[in-house]
Design a protein around this ligand. Structure first.
Ligand SMILES: [Fe+2]
Ligand SMILES: [Fe+2]
Length: 270
């Protein structure tokens, strides 16, 4: 299966880049499953149902969220009607929406996409490790599902790497989100799982993690509440990765970084 994952879409600049480039990118890469993290699409904070619809129409199959899941409250009823938009699976029982979704990919193949949030330097949720373990117990990679993707939305690189190694050989892809900076460590782990500590954001990198740099820097200079931060508005770099997996095992045979447009050096899968 050919899988494209795009990191956190930040603000209008990120949204425009996704809506403009995703249809062509999907075509050019022959991507059969596209997953986009949309937690910062709405002015940096949350995702509105209209934006979710726009990403799905542009070629996203599944949209993941994160700690900003609830910033746009209109998403709450939408999550009940649209299973392809998921929040973290390790929210407490009774939380609206779902944290995992199985989607049909064509030729009878199926893919599982899930997200968990880390607990280090975050508002801790239920144990993400045991949460992934129990979800995986419901499926058989290579048999009932041909691919399984985990978005680990976390601050700490250590927690993301610990997650990836814990499930190496049991997932097609473990990819980090949330820090908005792409790490240069995309690779296939010894057991066959593709991994990148953080996919980076789809947003304007002439910024502080996607937000206008002046206001964001001032928060560090003066320990006073300033104006509400707004997303930077320059051209976005689309950041993510492209993975090819073997349907019979669900494991990765190739992983490449993707960076396109904006201020970062381009990287396009061959
Ligand atoms: Fe984010
Ligand atoms: Fe986040």
């Amino acid at each position: 299966m050919r899988i494209l994952f795009l990191g956190d879409v930040v603000g209008r600049s990120g949204r425009d880049a996704v809506v403009t480039h995703l249809p062509g990118l999907r075509e050019r890469l022959g991507a059969e499953l596209v997953v986009v993290n949309g937690e910062n699409a709405s002015h940096g904070f949350g995702l509105s149902p209209d934006m979710a619809r726009a990403f799905l129409a542009a070629g996203a199959d599944v949209i993941t969220l994160g700690n900003h899941a609830w910033d746009r409250r209109e998403i709450i009823p939408y999550l009940e009607e649209q299973p392809r938009v998921i929040r973290a699976l390790n929210f407490p029982p009774g939380t609206p929406g779902r944290g995992a979704v199985e989607v049909a990919v064509g030729d009878g193949r199926r893919a599982l996409v899930m997200q968990v949030m880390g607990r280090l330097f975050m508002d801790p949720l239920d144990d993400p490790f045991r949460t992934v373990q129990s979800e995986l117990a419901k499926h058989r990679l290579g048999v009932t599902i041909q691919a399984a993707i985990l978005d680990i939305h976390a601050e700490a690189t250590s927690e993301k790497q610990a997650m990836a190694h814990s499930f190496d050989g049991m997932l097609s892809l473990v990819v980090g989100t949330h820090t908005h900076v792409p790490t240069a460590d995309h690779r296939i782990l010894p057991g066959g799982t593709a991994f990148q500590t953080d996919a980076g954001m789809c947003g304007d990198y002439d910024s502080v993690i996607g937000m206008q740099k002046g206001g964001a820097a001032l928060r560090f200079w003066r320990k006073m509440p300033g104006e509400r931060l707004a997303p930077a508005e320059g051209e976005a770099t689309l950041c993510g990765l492209f993975v090819e997996t073997e349907d019979s095992t669900g494991l990765a045979r190739r992983v490449s970084a993707l960076r396109m447009g904006g201020g970062l050096e381009a990287a396009l899968p061959a």
